[in-house]
Write a protein that binds this ligand. Sequence first.
Ligand code: ATP
Length: 270
Amino acid sequence: ARAQSMEITERPAVEYEDIGGIDEQIREVREAVEQPLAEPEVFAEVGIEPPSGVLLYGPPGTGKTMLAKAVANRTDATFIKMAGSELVRKFIGEGSRLVRDLFELAREREPAIIFIDEIDAIATTRTESKTSGDAEVQRTMMQLLAEMDGFEARGEIRIIAATNRFDMLDRAILRPGRFDRLIEVPEPNQEGREQILEIHTREMNVDDDVDFESLAADTEGYSGAEIESLATEAGMFAIRNDREEVTQADFVDAFEKIENDDSSDVVASA
Ligand code: ATP
């Protein structure tokens, strides 16, 4: 049953150089997660504990999952991904059972990185009136915290969680020894969008006239995922026009198509 809801990758195919516009966040994740896994002796010598949990927060499609995968790629750690929404179960005890399975699997595969996407699904602040469903979600979260509190003895397991809804999180999960390293992953700025465009056109046959700087300027507010769809869409226009090279005009057509489509389409393709 456990395999259905968890994604396990020995070595995810994402590298830091595939991630654009968030160099500072990469540096922080490397320090908080990669270095403790790669050089535990450094922390032992100085006599400090590395952070047990790292929380990545920011808008959808900005590279949070990529970051977690890139760390696993750089270390020998197995990448184990679970969506917070998957942990929300109907039957009593089912959610906590999944959390236990998750950590058990991580211990078997040690070193391992557990990545919990949409942590808000089990860790949002709730209203006063608790329905039984809420109580079950609460229990699942308590189980997660209990597993994290018993971490150190368990060795080389790091946990990274991600959310788009930082403001709604239950502050209990941010206490020391839990998700005590917070890293904001924002929407990319002009320079970031240029980098992301370059990354997603690396494998594309792009004409010299393509102007990344002006495309980046036009796409203010786009996430990395949306910039990726722009590049793919531009490629589609080249194919439709029977060309092997993608031109500036293709990018402009793609941009107009995306802008004119219902905005929900853009989100869906992310
Ligand atoms: P969500 O919060 O919706 O889970 P996320 O922040 O985890 O989103 P990712 O899954 O990392 O987003 O990104 C989705 C896709 O968008 C990636 O596979 C990648 O192709 C592209 N992408 C997003 N951000 C970046 C970035 N900073 N650099 C390059 N590509 C990016």
